[in-house]
Design a protein around this ligand. Structure first.
Ligand code: 5GP
Ligand code: ZN
Length: 135
């Protein structure tokens, strides 16, 4: 085998291994299970592409998690084709902010060690007692 062919094969195997890891993560992912109905939840709102649920451990009077139904790992893996999912997430946030007449709110994405659920999600938090450090 030539050096070039060997490099090509290694790259192919690495890509395949990465895809396998991503597939396993998506299969075990809490939010994917919520989307599929395998874990019970009471969505506060949902569209074809986005789900919004109350955080199980709220840090403020209003604490909603908004995430795409299609699995995306994190802000670090968002890529060009994901634009529509992000637009849809912001549209849902805007709708909830407007409906709840939230005059002050925060939208946050956690990443790295601050991210505990490895499925991209946006926190919408509002209310007088935001425990920001616990988000
Ligand atoms: P992260 O730290 O990843 O940004 O935030 C994950 C959030 O998901 C946390 O605020 C945590 O309370 C919430 N969470 C984790 N598991 C569940 C669950 O099964 N149901 C709901 N509704 N929220 C969850
Ligand atoms: Zn997922």
């Amino acid at each position: 085998m030539t050096r070039e062919k060997m490099i090509k094969k290694i790259k192919f195997l690495a890509k395949e291994a990465k895809l396998r890891i991503q597939y396993k993560m998506a299969k075990d992912c809490i939010f994917c299970k919520i989307v599929k109905g395998e874990i019970k939840s009471a969505p506060v709102y949902q569209t074809d592409t986005v789900m919004a649920i109350n955080d199980i451990n709220p840090v403020a009077a209003s604490h909603v998690l908004i995430f795409p139904k299609r699995h995306i790992d994190s802000v670090l893996t968002v890529k060009k084709g994901d634009g529509e999912a992000l637009e849809d997430m912001f549209a849902v946030a805007q709708k909830l902010i407007s409906e709840r007449r939230l005059e002050a709110f925060r939208l946050a994405f956690n990443g790295g060690r601050y991210q505990h659920v490895p499925h991209l999600h946006m926190h919408l938090v509002a209310g007088s007692t935001i425990k920001w450090s616990q988000l």
